[in-house]
Design a protein around this ligand. Structure first.
Ligand SMILES: Nc1ncnc2c1ncn2[C@@H]1O[C@H](COP(=O)(O)OP(=O)(O)OP(=O)(O)O)[C@@H](O)[C@H]1O
Length: 412
């Protein structure tokens, strides 16, 4: 996601200027559009469904159908998130993650669809409902935190409650308590420039939580940290998010952040949801090339008949599962063996391939291969001694093989 917008300093929920374009609208209107479920976001919003009459308290959590037109790009994403759940929006550059987050925060208006939180409609263009960002119960943590540089950590955190009408000492007491819980009591009077990246992130989290938001939005929460700090901060952020009882949505293009921090992933490509599920489900059953690469699997799509899946006109992979109809077959690069001569074993799928790239990772090599003739492109992981023994280099023609038992087939 591409950085915070300085014009939106401190985000919503803190009461700071959000550059809201529209005036506030009464938030008492409850939801129409009852049809929004956790589906894959395709298709038009049916819009004028029966009013569910839900008020705050009923219909808890986030229910959104975000349709946003930006030039040639259209975002069309449905999200349904329960209180206490942490959802990660994951996707490649330009997929629409930032646009989704800005739409949830109210910083980018919806073209169509709706946004409902705990039964309250925050936005629904069809009904001309649009609550101003600063009046939404939403806290945002921007990628670069956007702390006020001239205020201490304490005053940064106290700012939101002050804007929501708390007295000075009440706001500061609340801020001190939050900073204490974040392990930052000793830094309460430090200015942001004297904080480490991890400390600044905790201040930003405390600031976002200070107004008791019902929706917490995190934009690439670990992107500003160096690799050394990321590990600790990731684990710590996970603890804080696990303790948060309302809805949390984070956007990231880092699969590790998404898998560690979130209960559920929604993968967005080209403005639509291509897959969603728990990290384990997604890692086991990727449904697009982007996701397969993320989770480090070779993935092919074909037509299954029994143990065989036809993945090319002349190419059949034998797997361990029996299936019929459209299917995916996946296997990890570590399951691939490379040979100079055709392997003998019939328990193996084998085909000819040519090495197109080699990268070393510690004692391992990740080798990219293009299929020769009708063979499949693939990635293989080999140890350095194996690479030396086979005398592998870019352009080398080899046989690639994978045991049937190490492939995994599932319905497409
Ligand atoms: N202000 C704008 N006007 C027109 N198109 C825009 C605008 N902002 C973004 N877009 C387009 O919207 C699409 C989605 O962008 P978005 O920033 O939401 O993607 P992203 O998933 O957050 O990507 P990244 O990880 O690179 O930040 C892109 O095709 C982008 O070019």
């Amino acid at each position: 996601m591409s950085g915070g917008d300085p014009g939106t300093e401190a985000g919503t929920g803190t009461g700071a200027g959000t550059g809201a374009r529209d005036g506030g609208v009464s938030g008492t209107e409850a939801g129409a559009d009852a049809g929004a479920g956790p589906d894959t976001g395709a298709g038009p919003d049916t819009g004028a469904g029966p009013d569910t009459g839900a008020g705050p308290g009923a219909d808890l959590g986030l229910d959104a159908h975000l349709v946003v037109d930006r030039g040639d790009f259209r975002l069309d994403v449905r999200l349904s998130v329960a209180p206490g759940e942490v959802l990660a929006l994951l996707g490649p550059n330009g997929a629409g993650k930032t646009t989704s987050l800005r739409a949830l925060a109210g910083l980018t208006g919806l073209t169509q669809g709706h946004l409902r939180l705990d039964g309250q409609v925050l936005e629904q263009p069809e009904r001309r409902v649009r609550i101003a960002p600063e009046r939404r119960p939403v806290g945002v943590i921007f990628q670069d935190y956007l702390l006020f540089p001239h205020l201490s950590a304490l005053d940064n955190v106290a700012f939101g409650p002050r804007c929501h009408g708390a007295g000075r000492s009440e706001a500061r007491a609340l801020a001190a308590d939050l900073l204490d819980r974040m392990g930052l009591a000793a830094h309460a009077h430090a200015k942001p420039r004297r904080l480490s990246g991890g400390q600044a992130q905790r201040v930003a989290l405390a600031r976002a939580l200070a107004t008791a938001p019902r929706l917490l939005l995190l934009d690439e929460p670990l992107a500003a940290l160096d690799a050394g700090a990321r590990l600790d901060v990731r684990a710590e952020l996970r603890r804080h998010l696990a303790a948060f009882e309302a809805v949390a949505v984070l956007v990231t293009h880092d699969p590790l952040d998404a898998m560690v921090l979130a209960d559920r992933l929604v993968v967005v490509e080209n403005g639509t949801v291509v897959q969603q599920g728990t990290p384990v489900e997604i890692a086991r059953h990727p449904r697009t090339d982007y996701i397969a690469r993320l989770v480090g699997l070779n993935l092919y799509r074909g037509e299954a008949e029994g143990h065989q899946v036809r993945v090319g006109p002349e190419f059949v992979l034998t797997g361990s599962e029996e299936l019929a109809g459209p299917a995916f077959v996946a296997f990890p690069p570590s399951a691939v063996t490379l040979h100079r001569d055709r392997p003998e074993s019939s328990a193996r799928n084998a085909w000819r391939a040519r090495i197109t790239g080699m990268e070393s990772h510690g004692a391992q090599f990740r080798i990219a291969l293009a299929g020769a003739e009708d063979g499949l492109p693939l990635a293989a992981d080999l140890t350095a001694p194996a690479v030396a023994e086979l005398d592998l280099r870019e352009g080398t023609e080899v046989w690639a093989s994978v045991k049937a038992a190490q492939t995994h087939a599932y319905p497409a």
